[in-house]
Design a protein around this ligand. Structure first.
Ligand SMILES: Nc1ncnc2c1ncn2[C@@H]1O[C@H](COP(=O)(O)OP(=O)(O)OP(=O)(O)O)[C@@H](O)[C@H]1O
Ligand SMILES: [Mg+2]
Length: 134
């Protein structure tokens, strides 16, 4: 770390599933512009930690701060809106759908209740350009 303020921080995050302790007071600090890896044995709680930050699972205790402000995510869409997006490995792509469909699949732009294809294409092109793939 280079002394930069943390961009995202999880502190004291715990989650139980019945009698199973999936996470016990887990902390994670993410600084801007760096890549972080979460390592641990099977069942260590990696997926649970990611699900908490992605709004998939609500923690039993603990706090999350993004850009210095405390946040809670009631849904994956809420996490997405805050800029936290989960890309699940391999099987997350649906081969029958287009590249643009797959990119915006968690939160497609809508117009009159239908997917806005033009906006979807624009978002996908922007995302690909950011990734240097356009
Ligand atoms: N929905 C659930 N219901 C009950 N127990 C769960 C649930 N999800 C996770 N667990 C349990 O919580 C613990 C942590 O699981 P988690 O999937 O977060 O671990 P992981 O580090 O991602 O493991 P792996 O390396 O196998 O992917 C495990 O004991 C797991 O069995
Ligand atoms: Mg896992």
């Amino acid at each position: 770390m280079n002394g930069a303020a943390p961009l995202f921080r999880m502190e004291g995050i715990s989650k139980r599933y019945g009698g199973v302790r999936a996470l016990e007071k887990a902390d994670l600090t993410v600084t801007a512009g760096s890549i972080h890896a979460i390592l641990g044995e099977n069942g260590a709680g990696k997926s649970t930690l990611i699900k908490v930050m992605a709004g998939v699972v609500a923690p039993d205790e603990g706090t999350m701060t993004l850009d210095g402000r405390e946040v809670t995510f009631a849904s994956p869409a809420a996490a997405n809106q805050a800029g936290i997006v989960c890309i699940f490995q391999e099987l997350s792509l649906i081969p029958e759908l287009s590249v643009a469909d797959n990119i915006v699949i968690s939160d497609p732009p809508k117009r009159f209740g239908m997917i806005d294809r033009k906006a979807q294409r624009r978002l996908a092109e922007q995302a690909l350009a950011r990734a240097g793939a356009a």
